[in-house]
Design a protein around this ligand. Sequence first.
Ligand code: ATP
Length: 253
Amino acid sequence: MSASDVVGAAPLSPARGVDDVVLGIAGLRAGYGRIVGVDGVDIVVGRGELVVLLGSNGAGKSTLLRAISGVISPWSGHVTLEGADVTGMRSDRLVQRGMAHVPEGRRVLPRLTVDENLRLGAFARRDRGAVTTALATVYDRFPALAPRRGQKAGTLSGGEQQMLAIGRALMADPRVLLLDEPSLGLSPLLVKQVFEMVLRLREDGLTVLLVEQNATQSLAIADRGYVLTRGHVTAEGLPSELRERTLSDGFVA
Ligand code: ATP
C-alpha cells in the first residue's frame, strides 16, 4: 500500500463543532534554511479538545509544534492563542501565556534530580506557594515519580522520563499542552499508560495538541485529528473517519 492509498486527497472539511478556538493555526509555513518543514498549515484546536496530529517520519509534525511554541520562527502565517496573535512569540512568553510544549525525545536534564527538573518548569511562576502546590499535584498525578524525587533524572526509565517531561510542562500551569510523540521508544505497556495519562489530562480540562505516529492508540483517545503529509494537511476529521486511512499496523504512511 502506498502513502497515497492511505491518506488520499480527500477534500478538507471545516472543523465541525469547534466554537471556542483556543489555538488557531492559519497558513503556517516554517522550516530550516532551504528545507520546508510545513507549508501552509491550517489547524484549529477548541477549548478542552484533544486533537491528534498524525503523520509519518519527516511529515513536519515536530516543525509545526516548534513553530507554534516559538522554538523556531514561522516564515509566514499566523498562530493565535485564545484569540491573541502570538505568531513568532518567544517560548518563555508563550509559557507565561498558558502554552507548554513537551518536545520529542523528552529532553529532561539528566544530571538534575526529578525535583529540580520539575521546578525548572515553574521558572515563570513567582508564587512559591503555588509552585509547592503544583509539585504536589504532579507527584499525585505521576505516583512513580514521588519516591524518586531526589534521584537524577538520567537514571529514570524511558517511561518515567516521559512522565517527568510532561510533569515539568504541567508545572507552568498551562491551558494548552503541545505533546510531541510521547509514546516514542516506549514498551507497549508504557505506551498504554502514556495514552491513558494524556486522556486524563484532557478529562481534567486541558486543551491538548498531540503529535503521534501511532494512529490506532492516539485516535482511540482523540476528539478530532489531522493528517500531515510532506508539510501539508491532507486529511482532517473525527477519529472514526481518520481510522479508515491508517495502515493495518496502526501507523500512518
Ligand atoms: P518525525 O516523526 O521523524 O520527528 P516529523 O513529522 O516530526 O517527523 P519534522 O521533524 O518536522 O517531521 O521534519 C520535517 C522536515 O524538516 C524533514 O524534511 C526534516 O528532515 C527537516 N528537519 C527537521 N528538523 C530539522 C533541523 N533541525 N534542521 C534541518 N532540517 C530539519
